[in-house]
Design a protein around this ligand. Structure first.
Ligand SMILES: *Cc1c(COP(=O)(O)O)cnc(C)c1O
Length: 249
């Protein structure tokens, strides 16, 4: 099947599943943003997605994010030069989410491009982002999520459950950062009950931060749910789901 058609069908299927999950738990589907994780796909698939009007993209590595962003920009500028190509339908630009582990030495490269960093899991990284944002003279605060290791698997990135509130408090003192929510990855076994357990745990920490007024009014997102478990995540309160394979395969 043609790439674009396949992605369009997958997109519809995912949106339908989200809508059904919302209905079960009486949520408004508008509250949930679908972030397309493009790490496994080629530039044509990304273009197809943008043409379908979907602009929220995610990568898990800085290098790829930077390269793909440049490729898309280049391809769009070429497209616009074609006669008639810009009539009425301006190509939309991607809005990038960084969802993978972030090394401090890559921050400077990333910040001018990215809109959300989902993977802040240490004070040192938060401070690096704060300093780099000041040096780059960015107009807006950098929107970040604190990543939590809710499954407590040793090999995983993310803060220990008990360390999240304290880091949230410290990040509030950094003027160029805005903590918009919490992010987690459930175990990759796909067992829905263990996934649900992780999502509930993330929501509990989220509610604690809200109750204690640690963060400002922008703290309202739960970034949880991937291809294997996004339906469960929506049932448990996700506001951003990060989906790759279910969208592109
Ligand atoms: C790859 C990735 C996803 C998407 O995974 P799929 O199973 O392809 O949907 C989501 N979040 C993070 C952090 C990832 O690295």
């Amino acid at each position: 099947m043609e790439t674009k058609k396949r992605i369009e069908d997958n997109l519809k299927c995912i949106k339908d599943n989200i809508a059904e999950a919302c209905q079960r738990v009486r949520r408004d589907p508008q509250e949930i943003r679908l972030v397309a994780v493009t790490k496994t796909v080629d530039i044509n698939a990304i273009r197809a997605l943008l043409e379908l009007g979907h602009c929220e993209l995610a990568e898990s590595r800085v290098q790829e994010l930077v390269q793909r962003n440049a490729m898309i920009k280049e391809s769009i500028s070429r497209h616009v030069e074609l006669p008639g190509a810009s009539d009425g339908n301006r190509p939309i630009l991607p809005r990038w989410h960084m969802v993978g582990h972030l090394q401090r030495n890559k921050v400077k490269q990333l910040l001018p491009i990215v809109e959300y960093v989902h993977s802040v899991d240490s004070l040192r990284l938060a401070e690096e982002i704060n300093t780099a944002a000041a040096r780059l003279g960015l107009n807006d605060k950098v929107k970040i999520f604190l990543q939590v290791n809710t499954s407590q698997e040793k090999q995983k990135y993310g803060l220990a459950v008990g360390a999240v509130v304290a880091l949230a408090e410290q990040v509030e003192t950094l003027p160029n950062l805005q903590t918009v929510g919490l992010m987690t990855m459930a175990p990759l076994t796909g067992d829905q009950e263990s996934c649900r357990f992780c999502f509930i745990r993330l929501r509990e920490i989220f509610e604690e931060i809200i109750d204690r007024k640690v963060c400002g009014p922008y703290f309202r997102h739960l970034s949880m749910g991937m291809s294997q478990d996004y339906i469960t995540a929506v049932e448990e309160g996700a506001t951003m789901v990060r989906i790759g394979s279910a969208l592109f395969e």
